[in-house]
Design a protein around this ligand. Sequence first.
Ligand code: GAR
Length: 217
Amino acid sequence: MARTKIAVLISGRGSNLQSLIDAAAEPDFPGEIALVISNRPKAGGLERASKAGISVEVVDHKSFETREDFEAAINHALKTAKVDFICLAGFMRVLTAGFASDWRGRLINIHPSLLPSFEGLHVHERMIQAGVKIAGCTVHFVSADVDSGPIIGQAAVPVLPGDNEEKLAARILEQEHKLYPACLRLLLENKARLLGANVIYDDTVVATGELINPPTN
Ligand code: GAR
């Protein structure tokens, strides 16, 4: 069976891109990363893609007057590479409602919080300031609003005494690298799918375990 052609859109270092590249290298992975697009010419993730032999495109948002023109250039690159699924991985440009609706059900994102809490920027700092005891990350379908849309999966980690932004970000990032490829696989294998405003799962997909912080025993 032909593997789904995926594009990963990045803006920075690309550690989540790397986790997707590594997952897609497994022989039974149901998708292949056909293209990596960065809106920043110097994004570290571009080198990771090239190293893995994946085509890269830089679509610099600064070269376009409008978001629509910027997205038209992205769409052109996606079409040329025959992409049928998009993963945003640290892509820090807001997409228009039109783009989100054109790619509805085929456009997903990862965000370093348990959405719908703490969308937007400076997430780790804001979580520490708010004193939350459990943090985490979310993979979700992209809808018109920033960091919103039907949730596909979440991973939780404790916030520990003495945590600063860096320590908490590192703890969450470790889970991001597990969660993103796992959610992508579920979607591509049709074990999770979008139904209206929600995501539904096969009976084989069952959660176990719990995280209580501070512990009760
Ligand atoms: C990741 O933590 C990702 O969750 C976050 O940017 C980082 C990118 O790191 N995304 C967002 O905040 C989206 N709103 P990476 O380039 O190493 O994957």
